[in-house]
Design a protein around this ligand. Structure first.
Ligand SMILES: [Zn+2]
Length: 448
């Protein structure tokens, strides 16, 4: 089958439809693997892969390596040498596992990040305990996204056991650093040809977007630091200096009066959820002016100075309809405009990073197939959504040049990065079933 195409017809003309037979067998296979799915998810949560700094990446890759090799996959452990944060203490390890079918065909790749964010405060459960209670598994990364990774492994194993003569190949990757930009993970793998559309035709990223939604892509992001300058002087005679913090106050005032209303008025055709993110947004991540903050245990009193520097970091999320140059120019024009009212106004604008928006067409083979599988497993129409924040699809799209990619996985998006994060076992089973049905369709599977 040509890369990227979908099986046109796969209904048997007589007897039980092939569709319904495979559907039934996969459904059964998934139910019988419930305990295995729970144990796998718990094991993954119990490996604390905190990022930063990037802990236990090797350990989780070795765990996945053993698991997937015992399921008949060939595996490769790949260290992203020289990427941000990579060091002998915190090496950036990734794993790619591949299982070839009985005949040539498309390759379906499941990509999950293995890193989790800081635990934070407010937990009532052990963040790395993987506790199972009332059908929920708790822990940091349960929802984002070790539950999704476990579901994709179970889906692939159940599919291979049910349809051993499938055409094509299945790949499963566990990658580092998604939470810090993915440079030591998917970006590195994409740069080294692992998402070449000649080798991989369909990508599913099991991020927690809810089991009935197909996520087509994400908004763009532009991160920049703005610094205003002043002149240091004695705090009792501020008129002899120039206060950089007051200049920054004027910048923020201008954001409030001009930029925020303009951004709120822009609406995208991207199906971004939640609704509030369907406009352009901007967060001010940090502000700092004047002397460095003193250490918490310091008892010294600060000295009195007019601050000569003030810095903010902005996090501007933009829409597929907004060119990046326009996003940059809008802020620059606003800053330049302040010179008219404030003669001594001087600033520096430094770009820290940018990510362009990514959107897969909803008719793309993988998007249409997963939507159809949601319909057949859950008995409801799939909702197409886009993510407010970026995820590794950006690297698969921009570096790998692979457009046929969606995010689909169990877990409630709003629980990601929160205390007492959890994943529902039933949701994982349903989602794994959707993934397995998608494999059956994309890999032309005759059942045994
Ligand atoms: Zn995630």
């Amino acid at each position: 089958m040509a890369p990227g195409s979908v099986a046109a017809s796969w209904i048997f003309p007589h007897g039980m439809g092939m569709t319904s037979e495979i559907h039934f067998l996969l459904h059964q296979a998934m139910s019988s693997r419930r305990d295995d799915l729970i144990a796998l998810t718990q094991d993954l949560i119990r490996i604390p892969t905190l990022n930063p700094p990037g802990e236990n990446y090797r350990a989780i890759c070795e765990y996945l390596d053993a698991r997937l090799r015992s399921s008949g996959f060939e595996t490769q452990l790949i260290r992203a040498h020289g990427t941000p944060g990579d060091s002998s203490k915190y090496p950036r390890w990734n794993i790619i596992a591949r299982k070839d079918g009985a005949q040539p065909g498309d390759c379906v790749h499941f990509n999950s990040h293995t890193d989790v964010v800081d635990v934070g405060l407010g937990w009532t459960k052990d963040p790395f305990g993987g506790e199972l209670e009332d059908g929920r598994i708790y822990g940091r990364g349960a929802c984002d996204m070790k539950g999704g990774l476990a579901a994709s492994i179970i889906a692939a194993e159940a599919f291979i056991a049910t349809c051993p003569d499938f055409a094509g190949a299945i790949e499963i990757s566990g990658t580092a650093d998604e939470e810090s930009g993915g440079y030591g993970g998917v970006a590195y793998l994409a740069e080294h040809g692992h998402f070449d559309p000649a080798k991989v035709q369909h990508v599913i990223i099991p991020e927690p977007l809810n089991k009935d939604r197909v996520c087509l892509g994400h908004r763009g992001g532009w991160w920049a630091e703005i610094e205003t300058f002043g002149e240091i002087a004695h705090g009792s005679m501020p008129f002899l200096g120039d206060c950089a913090v007051r200049h920054m106050g004027a910048v923020i005032d201008k954001f409030e009066s001009d930029l925020y209303p303009a951004m709120a008025a822009r609406r995208t055709d991207m199906p971004v959820v939640p609704e509030g993110a369907r406009s352009s947004t901007m967060n001010i991540n940090s502000i700092h002016g004047g002397q460095n903050e003193q250490a918490e245990d310091s008892t010294a009193l600060p000295s009195h100075c007019v601050p000569d520097s003030c810095r903010i970091v902005i996090d501007r999320r933009f829409l597929v309809e907004e060119p990046l140059d326009q996003v940059r120019a809008e802020v620059k024009e606003l800053l330049d405009g302040l010179k008219d009212d404030r003669p001594k106004f001087e600033y520096a604008l430094r770009e820290l990073n940018h990510v362009l928006p990514s959107m897969t067409d909803r008719d793309a083979p993988v998007a249409a197939t997963v939507a159809e599988a949601i319909n057949s497993v859950l008995g409801q129409e799939a909702e197409f959504v886009a993510s407010p924040g970026t995820y590794d699809q950006k690297h698969i799209d921009r570096i790998g040049k692979l457009k046929n990619c969606v995010a689909y996985g169990p877990g409630i998006l709003e629980l990601a990065h929160k205390p007492d994060e959890w994943i529902g076992v039933d949701d994982m089973i349903d989602s794994a079933n959707v993934m397995a049905q998608s494999l059956a369709k994309l890999l032309h599977a005759p059942s045994k």
